[in-house]
Ligand binder design. Structure first.
Ligand code: 13P
Ligand code: SF4
Length: 327
């Protein structure tokens, strides 16, 4: 049993020195075989991390894959709520994430106690929560959605059923506009997707008049309205590969470009930059906390481990399973 060091707990990750000459990718794969571990990675992690994963996907696919895995250990290369979802779906398995500081601005914007108050103030409403929430917030939810299935799940409720949607006000407004619903929205947002502006996008559209615009629905309404395709990262990827167009302006976290370029190397993918920066890419600072040395140390020492209190897990599993059934 590995001794968990005080300084790891204080930092939220392991920073043990790695012996020089270690081939990290080879060692990570060796540890996976030795420990019967599976590595899952979100499309927003850095390219090196995606390349050593057994499975790379969007939030929905990662949850579906976790529910089906036979591995003893799931190493979730993504943010904290993704590790929690895996643990709730696979309570017997050890679930690891490389850095406990990898949270999410949407999940942080929706503390469970305040969300529960909000729900109480809207009696008779069913509660739909985006997967980007803590387990405790999911526990006061009727059904969880991801950007990949949100529209279908919203439309599965009778038209006269009042609904609450949290925490992403942009995704919620988009869903209201495409379904004609009037869901009550929690006032949260993703710090990455909110940084896209119409100005930079219009400028790039002028430079690349034939390009198609791929937009994640966590972006603000005026940006979404400029899209040719709106969808989850997996939906945007599918269009990038299958559409006959050869140039795309990509309005989501720039990690997705790695898989787009892998699957369609002959095409041109241009990341749309955030409004308030000279940088060409828009990266999620939380996802980018996942690095290969942390992945290696996490597998080596089997820490940080994700734990979800039993009462919260019991309440949160219901809306997650409801989502998987409706997906
Ligand atoms: P999807 O993986 O559902 O596209 O969500 C994007 C996201 O922000 C993940 O945190
Ligand atoms: Fe959360 Fe936004 Fe990062 Fe996704 S991109 S993990 S929604 S902060």
């Amino acid at each position: 049993m590995t001794e968990i060091k005080e300084n790891w707990i204080a930092k939220g990750f392991i920073d043990e020195p790695i012996p020089s000459g270690t081939d990290l990718k080879t060692e990570i794969r060796r540890l996976c075989r030795e420990k019967n571990a599976v590595i899952m990675a979100h499309y927003y992690t850095e390219a090196d991390v995606q390349d050593i994963a057994d499975f790379v996907g969007d939030s929905l696919a990662l949850a579906q894959k976790a529910a089906a895995t036979e591995a003893d250990i799931i190493l979730m290369c993504g943010v904290h709520f993704m590790g929690e979802t895996n643990k709730i779906l696979c309570p017997q398995k050890k679930v690891l994430i490389p850095d406990l500081n990898a949270t999410c601005s949407l999940a942080e914007s929706c503390p469970a106690d305040r969300f529960a108050d909000f729900v109480r103030k809207h009696p008779g409403h069913k509660v739909i929560s985006y997967v980007n929430t803590s387990a405790a917030t999911k526990a006061v939810t009727d059904v969880v959605v991801t950007s990949g299935n949100a529209r279908r799940i919203v439309e599965s409720f009778p038209a006269d059923q009042p609904l609450i949607f949290g925490p992403d006000r942009n995704l919620g407004s988009y869903l209201n506009s495409v379904t004609g619903r009037d869901m009550v929205l929690w006032d949260g947002a993703c710090h990455v997707h909110e940084r896209f502006s119409t100005e930079k996008l219009l400028e790039l559209k002028r430079l690349h008049p034939g390009a198609k615009v791929l937009v994640h629905p966590e972006c603000k309404g005026p940006v979404v309205r400029l899209a040719d395709v709106v969808g989850s990262t997996a939906v945007l990827l599918r269009h990038a590969v299958e559409d006959e167009c050869d140039t795309f302006l990509v309005v989501t976290e720039s990690g997705i470009l790695h898989e787009m370029r892998k699957q369609a190397p002959q095409k041109t993918f241009i990341p749309v930059p955030p409004e308030d920066s000279a940088c060409a890419c828009n990266e999620c600072s939380y996802m980018r906390l996942v690095t290969l040395p942390k992945v290696y140390n996490t597998l080596r020492y089997e820490w940080p481990v994700i734990e979800v209190p039993a009462d919260i897990a019991a309440a949160a599993v219901r809306p997650i399973e409801a989502m998987l059934t409706l997906s």
